[in-house]
Every structure is written in structure tokens, then in C-alpha cells.
Design a protein around this ligand. Structure first.
Ligand SMILES: C[S@@+](CC[C@H](N)C(=O)[O-])C[C@H]1O[C@@H](n2cnc3c(N)ncnc32)[C@H](O)[C@@H]1O
Length: 448
């Protein structure tokens, strides 16, 4: 454990003192005792996260059968990937497999026209769950827009367009409409869907929306990315006694299998950075993921944002938790018809493949590119600090059925067993703009 972490631990211990009078942390604790306390806490905390993670896995061992149209589509995607594997001489990196399965032109999961979001799709994101998410985020965006001249909103990966509609509507009500609302969406199919939804839900505000191919230079305002980082292709690796292997994908008859090869330099370097930061080598046999594209993406954000705040939401943990000794199977999560599991090699093109986010890596890349971490909090505390109470003020005046619906939605957004704890918000800022008020309840940047 390095000196910085020790300091963080002691600070965490002191922060928690008033909350847990019975804990071993009191003003007489030495740093050593604090470290023991923190380790125990970390182990318990990880068990909690893993319980949630593995309960999905166990629950969803039996995946539903795809319908015939989906199965035929998946067979085409599989054939496309097999051709790539053959052209590459027998195997491709896992990141390349994930890139094809999600984004192959005309074929990939996010590119072809299947339902993905909501009840009819494979998974539900926070904005699909409740407009309360977008409305609270709009309150935070309004604070930033009020402080920036000519401020705009820039959303990465807008999904169905639901979040953009909710934010625009709420900003209109708050009297803080942005100059523009730009969307960068890599999927042409989703662009079309976003446009349709916005035209039908907020027709009078659609004039503000533009679809762009890159972030603008010198951008003032608010950047939003909800569940985008988890959709970046990741490399998979295995630590061996004397090096690092890259886990690759080969074809085996009609299916795919994992094969290992010596890791290329970039992957070896990435694992070396992780181990240097952890302060120890990962044990032989340990397998996990690393997102090599993340750094470049954050660098792009750093050069785009002149003044303002980027709000990044995703399921993720700190690096210490991500690469904890017991977490030796990695953090992949796939979704098919609301079943979560970790086999990315089945159902190519018709299931979502994601990886939890190492938020320490996001923070490092941000700082390296001139951005400051303005806050890091679980989604529940972000929402509660950001005006959830104001959104619920009118709850009692609603009809009973609506009250029940809204409270069920808020529970899903905020309860620890749902999206409240595992989903985090990291805010990055640059220039003369205040820390978003949503972090008034907590800021866990010190845990990164
Ligand atoms: C899980 S969906 C989330 C959609 C939406 N933000 C929501 O919360 O419902 C992931 C989205 O990220 C988009 N995406 C993936 N990589 C991207 C990138 N490099 N830049 C912009 N969008 C990207 C996908 O096309 C998709 O719209």
C-alpha cells in the first residue's frame, strides 16, 4: 500500500468516524490500524458488489432462445467475425471481437435496427427507467449553463434520445435552454430513432438539436455520457508468472473460443501501469479487462471542453476494487432480453456486451488532459444531492397510481441493490465553473 493510499485511508477513516461510533476508527488510531479497518471494509464492500454482480449471473444461466429473425442476424454477424478471424490468421483480440459484435457496419448490435432499450429490448438504462434522472441532471446542467457564456450541451451516445428529451424539457422549464444540444452518436440507426423521439416529444425544442461527428473545439457548457464508457471495446488479459497474455478470440466450428498469446506492448504497458499503481503484481492466472480506448476518448474530451462540466455515468469502481485479488474473472457483463451474464462469445450482434469502468483510469486520463475531477459519487447520492427532493415535491398531489409508479422508478434509480450504488457519476470540469451542487452530500474522489 503506497503512502498516498495510506493518507486516503486515514482520511476515509476520519470521515467515517461520526457515522460509525462503534468502529475501531477513533482519534487515537494509528495509520496502521486505519489500514486494517479499511481493508476489512473494502473486503465487505467488494462482497456486496460481487453479490449483486454474481446474483445476476447465477439467475441468468439459462438464456432465452432468440427468435428466428434474431438468430439469422446473429449467424450473419458470426460469419462476418469468422472472416475477420481467418483474415487475421486464426484469431483476433477480444477488443476487436467486441468492436465487430457491437459496431460492425450494418451488422453490429448498436448499428443494426434491433430494439435494445426498455422493456421490449435487452436492458433498461436510467433515463429509460424514469424521466426523474434527466430532470435532476438538467438541474445540474442549468447551474453550469448559467455560469458559461454561450453554453451548450453535448451528449455522447444518446441511445433512444429519451435523456435528451427529458433534459431539454426540464431546461426549458428552468429557463436555462442551451444555445445548442449536440449529439455524437456512432450508430446511424440510433440517430434516426433519436430524431423521431425528439420530434414527437419536444417538437418545439428539436431546432436546438444537431447530430455531429466529433466534439466541437473549445466547447463551453455541459457534456453528458450515460452508459457510454462501458460500451467501449476492452482488451482481456491474463497475468502469468513471467508476463502478460492477451486473451484473443478464435473460431471453433460454429462457435467462438478464447485463445491466449503473448500480449502486445500496449497491453503489457497498460497492465504494468495498473500493477505499479496497485503496488503489487497480480497473481498468476489472474484475468481481467482494460479499456485502451478510454484514455484517447478522455483526451478528446479534454481538448473539447474549454469551460464547463462533463457528467459521466456508468457502473464502475475504483482501480483497487476493479483489480482486487478476488475479482479474477473480470467485469464483463452481457445483456440479452433482460438476462445478464458474462459470456460475450455467444449471440454475437444480438446481445449487448459491456465492461464495468475503472474510474481511477478515467480520473487519471482526465488529469493528464487538463481536466479536474469535480466529484465522484454513487448515483443515489448524486440524485439526492442534485434535487431529487425537489422533483418529488409534487408527488402527493399526483393520483395514487402515478405516485406508486414514480416511487417505484425512484427506488430503481436510487436503491443500493438496483442502480443506486454500483452506478456512479464522475464529474470532470475545466475553467471558471463551480463544483456541481449534486456532490454536496458526498464526494468519493478520495477512494480512486
Ligand atoms: C448502453 S447505450 C446507452 C445509451 C443512452 N446513453 C442511455 O443511457 O440510454 C451505449 C451508447 O453509446 C454509444 N456509443 C458507443 N461508443 C461511442 C462513442 N465512442 N462515442 C459516442 N457514442 C458511443 C452507442 O451507440 C449507444 O448509443
Amino acid at each position: 500500500m503506497d503512502g498516498n493510499l495510506r493518507a486516503v485511508v486515514v482520511q476515509a477513516c476520519h470521515n467515517s468516524r461520526t457515522d460509525s461510533p462503534g468502529s475501531t476508527c477513533n482519534e487515537y488510531d494509528s495509520a496502521g490500524q486505519a489500514v486494517v479497518w479499511h481493508r476489512e471494509f473494502l473486503v465487505e464492500y467488494l462482497k456486496l458488489i460481487l453479490k449483486d454482480f454474481t446474483s445476476h449471473m447465477q439467475h441468468d444461466k439459462r438464456l432465452p432462445e432468440p427468435d428466428s429473425v434474431s438468430a439469422a442476424h446473429s449467424a450473419r454477424v458470426a460469419e462476418f467475425i469468422r472472416q475477420r478471424i481467418a483474415a487475421a490468421g486464426g484469431s483476433i483480440s477480444f477488443a476487436e471481437y467486441m468492436q465487430h459484435a457491437l459496431y460492425a457496419p450494418g451488422l453490429g448490435y448498436y448499428v443494426a435496427g434491433t430494439s435494445k432499450f426498455g422493456e421490449a429490448g435487452d436492458f433498461v438504462t436510467a433515463p429509460e427507467m424514469s424521466s426523474v434522472f434527466g430532470r435532476v441532471l438538467a438541474r445540474q446542467a442549468a447551474e453550469v449553463l448559467a455560469a458559461t457564456e454561450g453554453g451548450a450541451v453535448f451528449e455522447f451516445g444518446a441511445g433512444s434520445g429519451r435523456l435528451a428529451a427529458d433534459i431539454l424539457r426540464a431546461l426549458h422549464e428552468l429557463g436555462e435552454l442551451p444555445l445548442r444540444y449536440d449529439i455524437l452518436e456512432v450508430s446511424a440507426d440510433l440517430r434516426e430513432r433519436q430524431e423521431r423521439l425528439l420530434r414527437s416529444e419536444v417538437p418545439e425544442l428539436t431546432r436546438l438539436v444537431n447530430w455531429v461527428d466529433a466534439p466541437p473545439a473549445e466547447f463551453p457548457g455541459v457534456v453528458i455520457a450515460n452508459e457510454v464508457l462501458d460500451a467501449f471495446p476492452v482488451e482481456r488479459f491474463r497475468r502469468t508468472a513471467d508476463g502478460v497474455q492477451q486473451l484473443r478470440v478464435a473460431s471453433h466450428g460454429e462457435s467462438f473460443e478464447v485463445v491466449a498469446a503473448d500480449a502486445p506492448g500496449m497491453l503489457r504497458d497498460a497492465v504494468a501501469v495498473i500493477e505499479r499503481d496497485l503496488g503489487y503484481a497480480l497473481p498468476p492466472g489472474y484475468e481481467s479487462e482494460v479499456s485502451l480506448g478510454l484514455r484517447e476518448w478522455v483526451a478528446g474530451l479534454g481538448s473539447a471542453l474549454r469551460q464547463g462540466v462533463a457528467f459521466l455515468f456508468d457502473y464502475g469502481v475504483s482501480r483497487r476494487e476493479y483489480y482486487a485479488p478476488g475479482r479474477d474473472g473480470g467485469w464483463l457483463r452481457c445483456h440479452f432480453r433482460h438476462h445478464a451474464h458474462n459470456d460475450a462469445l455467444v449471440l454475437p450482434g444480438i446481445q449487448d456486451i459491456t465492461a464495468w469502468v475503472d474510474f481511477t483510469a478515467v480520473a487519471e486520463a482526465a488529469v493528464a488532459n487538463g481536466l479536474e475531477v469535480a466529484g465522484f459519487a454513487p448515483q443515489a447520492l448524486f440524485l439526492m444531492g442534485g434535487g431529487l427532493d425537489l422533483e418529488l415535491q409534487s408527488l402527493e398531489s399526483l393520483p395514487a397510481k402515478k405516485q406508486l409508479e414514480l416511487s417505484a422508478q425512484v427506488k430503481n434509480l436510487a436503491l443500493p441493490g438496483a442502480m443506486g450504488e454500483n452506478f456512479k457519476c464522475m464529474a470532470l470540469r475545466r475553467g471558471d465553473v463551480k463544483v456541481p451542487s449534486a456532490f454536496r452530500l458526498t464526494d468519493r474522489t478520495h477512494t480512486l
